[in-house]
Design a protein. Structure first.
Ligand SMILES: Cc1cc2nc3c(=O)[nH]c(=O)nc-3n(C[C@H](O)[C@H](O)[C@H](O)COP(=O)(O)OP(=O)(O)OC[C@H]3O[C@@H](n4cnc5c(N)ncnc54)[C@H](O)[C@@H]3O)c2cc1C
Ligand SMILES: Cc1cc2nc3c(=O)[nH]c(=O)nc-3n(C[C@H](O)[C@H](O)[C@H](O)COP(=O)(O)O)c2cc1C
Ligand code: FES
Lengths: 303, 265
């Protein structure tokens, strides 16, 4: 804590040494990558979304790089809940930072079955927002009642429940249902549904045809989502995700109302980006005369 | 974004292995050991090592294996299009001196490019190639043009030394002094070569394969444990001292779901 600046934040029961979390999907199911993220300075890591049974994901190509972001159609590949349980337990042995276990489920009992394998984690994140896997994600977001049922079923377990939202659909309605059902944290946003067509091949590029857009392109949409959520539910813990490439987007999220931020796509430039975002936040706080990250949360709303 | 390429020539190197000479719409700028993702619209996208590059010409050597490689063998002719992204990954480090290249099967593909770069850097190059049998032998004359010495091993003895490539390498290593060993091929073979070189106190670099999905280090499909090394980004070429600390080396692979499964043989 250089210069007495309080970088630490508490989200639900999770103590984070700084506001930077690695978002779901970019560390795969690799404990080694989670460890590298921790060593690079991340305050928490999120697992790849886990479903009950294993999924191989969509065929290649699964990624399309753009100047302003990435399109991916991974299709939620994961080894299934039981295997992911082993990965999470191993991660808890070698990591000191919290591990958030992301799950994808289309029904309450299914969600509980998955989460029961992942009780070694520090929190469960319900992925209510993946735009390119049928039966999961935005397909459940389009049913706010179902999201609420899944959340309240998950609340029977002893872990805090995070709900990851999409900017598609009725964000505020789904969020309010989730909060009523007992959600502890909102995470916004997941990727936006998109696609790309190659003009020479005259075909969609992605193997899954549709993909999720991430990176700088979606940042303003994500800031809007966080701002709206904070406005509607002031003081409720929010993790802002989408297009964080430097400290500036991270600070922007916090001013909009996020207590912490998630990064995914920026890691394509290497793990060092984590350290540079964290030190940039620290410098900003020091230069602008803030004593802690918490003082900055939601400041853009003050009249 | 994909680079567009036109096939200028298709040559058969041996049974089930073809060489594709491509003309790109711009220079790739690769190093030996780096790879490209080859997209065949409606079929799939696979990693293929750069076998040679000069100006806007690129060679890829492709062995028939499954869906995409068979499609390429069956359908891609002179004049057809290739869609590529890359160069991806980290290639071989060129170390000057006495170099030994050890390649099995289509693992020889990136090594021809490496051999020519080593020669340009002023190294002396010895090459040991291993193939199953006569009909799998390829690129021997091309290597003979570039290298100072070329040895061949076949399991059935139809060409060169009869036996495993690793036996040949063991005798080469005990008869002369090398500064660096480079290897590409089956991982079980490379594991033995890496250990032999390390035991002899020689620097060694090996090029690994795993299932490549994103190719840019962002999905974790190709990760080696426990270090979390990504074959597509931190590799595919790794140093021996790193590899001997990798539990997965020579032992574990990840299937398409990300689950660790025994390395296919
Ligand atoms: C960095 C890298 C460089 C490579 N360079 C070359 C090269 O220069 N020339 C060449 O011919 N091949 C190369 N390969 C291997 C090539 O990518 C695979 O043979 C190809 O992906 C198989 O695709 P397919 O659709 O034909 O087979 P599929 O139908 O996908 O599978 C057929 C079989 O091949 C296996 N397989 C699938 N993907 C791979 C893979 N990535 N590596 C090994 N086995 C695989 C599957 O498990 C299956 O058993 C390279 C692989 C990597 C990772
Ligand atoms: C390759 C890739 C895979 C992803 N996989 C998941 C996933 O499994 N579950 C999930 O909730 N979000 C997933 N995401 C979304 C990210 O967690 C994040 O919400 C989104 O990418 C926006 O953040 P960014 O702009 O920092 O990338 C994935 C994103 C990428 C790029
Ligand atoms: S293939 Fe995605 S990280 Fe290597």
């Amino acid at each position: 804590m250089a210069g007495g600046i309080g970088l630490g934040v508490r989200i639900a029961s999770l103590d984070l040494k700084n506001p930077l979390i690695v978002a779901s999907g970019v560390l795969g199911v690799s404990v080694g990558l989670m460890k590298r993220a921790e060593e690079a300075g991340a305050a928490a890591v999120t697992t790849k979304t886990t479903t009950l049974k294993e999924r191989t994901g969509h065929p290649n190509p699964v990624i399309y790089e753009l100047e302003y972001g990435l399109l991916n159609s991974m299709g939620l590949p994961n080894p299934g809940a039981s295997e992911m349980g082993t990965v999470v337990r191993r991660a808890k042995e070698v990591l000191r930072v919290p591990v958030i276990a992301s799950i994808g489920a289309a029904a309450p009992d299914e969600a509980v079955k998955i989460a029961e394998h992942l009780l070694a984690a520090d929190a469960i994140e319900l992925n209510a927002s993946c735009p390119h896997a049928k039966g999961y994600g935005i397909e459940i977001m389009s049913d706010p009642g179902l999201v609420a049922e899944i959340v309240s079923a998950l609340k029977s377990l002893p872990l805090p429940v995070f709900v990851k939202l999409s900017a598609h659909g009725d964000l505020r309605l789904v969020a309010s249902k989730a909060i009523e059902a007992g959600a502890d944290v909102l995470v916004a946003i997941n990727t936006l549904k998109g696609m790309a067509i190659n003009v020479w091949a005259r075909r969609p590029v992605l193997g899954g045809v549709y993909g999720g857009l991430s990176g700088p392109a979606i940042h303003p949409v994500a800031v809007r989502a966080v701002y709206e959520l904070y406005e509607e539910f002031p003081g409720f813990p929010i993790i802002g995700v989408g297009g964080v490439e430097s400290w500036e987007e991270a600070v922007e999220f916090m001013l909009a109302g996020a207590s912490a931020v998630g990064v995914a796509s920026a890691l394509r430039r290497g793990f060092e980006v984590i350290g540079s975002i964290v030190s940039g936040i620290r410098e900003y706080l020091a230069n602008e005369g803030f004593a802690s990250v918490r003082e900055m949360v939601g400041l853009a709303h003050r009249v | 974004m994909y680079l567009l390429a036109r096939v200028e020539r298709v040559s058969k190197l041996c049974e089930n292995v073809n060489e594709y000479l491509l003309r790109l719409d711009r220079k790739l700028g690769s190093k030996p050991g780096q790879f490209v993702m080859v997209w065949m619209p409606r079929v799939g996208e696979i990693p293929i090592s750069v076998a040679w590059e000069k100006d806007s010409l690129l060679k890829l050597i492709i062995a028939r294996k499954g869906v995409v490689t068979s499609y390429i063998h069956n359908n891609i002719r002179e004049g057809c299009r290739f869609f590529l992204r890359g160069p991806l990954g980290k290639g071989f480090e060129i170390t000057q001196g006495e170099a030994l290249i050890v390649a099995g099967g289509y693992g020889a593909a990136p090594m021809l490019y490496l051999a020519s770069m080593l020669r340009e850097a002023g190294s002396r190059v010895t090459v040991a190639l291993g193939f199953r049998e006569n009909r799998n032998v390829m690129l021997v004359e091309e290597f003979e043009k570039l290298a100072d010495r070329v040895f061949v091993a076949t399991e059935d003895g139809s060409v060169g030394f009869k036996g495993q490539l690793t036996e040949l390498v063991s005798s080469i290593l005990s008869s002369s002094r090398y500064d660096i060993v480079y290897t590409c091929g089956r991982e079980q073979m490379m594991e033995r070569v890496v250990r032999m070189a390390m035991n002899a106190g020689i620097e060694v670099q090996a090029s690994l394969e795993r299932l490549i999905k994103c190719g840019i280090g962002i999905c974790g499909s190709c990760t080696l444990e426990p270090q979390g090394l990504r074959v597509c980004w931190d590799g595919p070429v790794f140093n021996g001292y790193k590899l001997i600390q990798v539990d997965d080396f020579g032992k574990w692979w990840r299937d398409a779901s990300g689950k660790r499964v025994p390395l296919p043989t």
